[in-house]
Write a protein that binds this ligand. Sequence first.
Ligand code: GLN
Length: 472
Amino acid sequence: MLQHPHQLNALVHDGSATTAGTVEDPSPPGALSGRLIAIKDNIATRDSPTTAASNALTGYTSPFDATVVKLLRQHGATISAKTNLDEFGMGSHSQHSHFAPVLGPYIRNGVPLSPGGSSGGSAVAVATGQCWAALGTDTGGSVRLPAAFTGTVGFKPSYGVMSRWGVIQYANSMDTVGILARNVEDAGRVFRCLDAYDGQDPTSLSVSVRERAARRQPLARGLRIGVPIEYNIVGLAPAVRSAYTRTLGSLQDHGHSLHPVSLPTTRQALSAYYVLAPAEASSNLAKYDGTRYGFRTQGTDASPKSGLPLYARTRGEGFGEEVKRRILLGAYTLSSDAIDNYFIQAQKVRRLVQRDFDGVFTRLNPLLDSDVTMGAGVREEQGVDVLLTPTAPTLPPTVEEVKLQSSVESYMNDVFTVPASLAGLPVISVPVKLSGQGKEVVEEPDVQSVGMQLMGQFGDDQLVLQAAAILE
Ligand code: GLN
């Protein structure tokens, strides 16, 4: 790590100055007492602006805290800063920010590496010690990819477990708040403070489903670990492949068993995600019209310069290029001409992805009333408790390489992270050492670790955290 943390553009508002001095005790006693936690800037905080790194929200401060922020404060945490991101969470390298691109803490041939995205600011803030832990959001991998690229832990809970009240929507049906921390234990500690039903979030998981998931027996044996054959792609970088193989081997040495499994719809998951997420985004972002929140451009509807009404010019100037691309894409796939061929097909793929997962886990999905895929006995004998894959197919590219990528090429980074998002599963990225390190003196401050991703059945958040601790 060569750069000074403050040169990495991880923070967009440094809240520490405002938080100390407020009427409220900044650090009441609690599980997070005295801990500095940074918040991705698409999560509402009442004492500093919330911009989603978009010009469209310039000047916007929320009148309330998001539920997750309120809970952090209640448990004693100090909100230390708001973190930089890809505008509205759309991106994989945190380069699409209205403020400045986020730089990763590592360097290759003199060029900073991508911090991953879209929660790159949160990951870099954790990796460089600018906070103890941070909140991000993960719609298709935005907590896990930055974790993998910065050597931190990134946990995305099951959909609906942590409240989305006060979280700026990107694609509601997949949006989750996630946690970035230096180790699994810290991530678990934050999670336990935020794992609560919230009546203000209509998609918050009901108390009865939470109870049903909590009633599951803890495992009284080694883990059955699934190795999905579809993730063994040609594009897997050799360094990632060897770290993966080594991790699988060491799990086996520790008495856990490995089982090849097939999740055939994985191959269609990325395309389905990039139809569904922009479709939801095009609808969610319709509200930024200059009358309700943040930015409004100069002039009136009758401004002589252009024939466009005020709201259209406001949107044109408010949104960045990537956000506009997603809105156009989404508006198209939802149009009457395209909906059958794109949106409906993608929804079908999403259902198949969910079924693939339900077909391989030992535990039944608590959202399903009955076992549609196999009988209980078969499940226990042939199923798996968790799935292990790399988080991303490659090590982080440099920010210069990212600039040369087409949009579709940068979407490819998400190929391993989107399936769990489509199915709403709990999943964590944990850094493991790059193979073959330790001999050479590390003068090259390149990335030192590879992110490994553990996925569990819906509601198995605790099991995923326990399994992740074994990888550390
Ligand atoms: N990179 C993905 C996208 O751009 C995921 C983003 C996210 O999870 N917020 O949509």
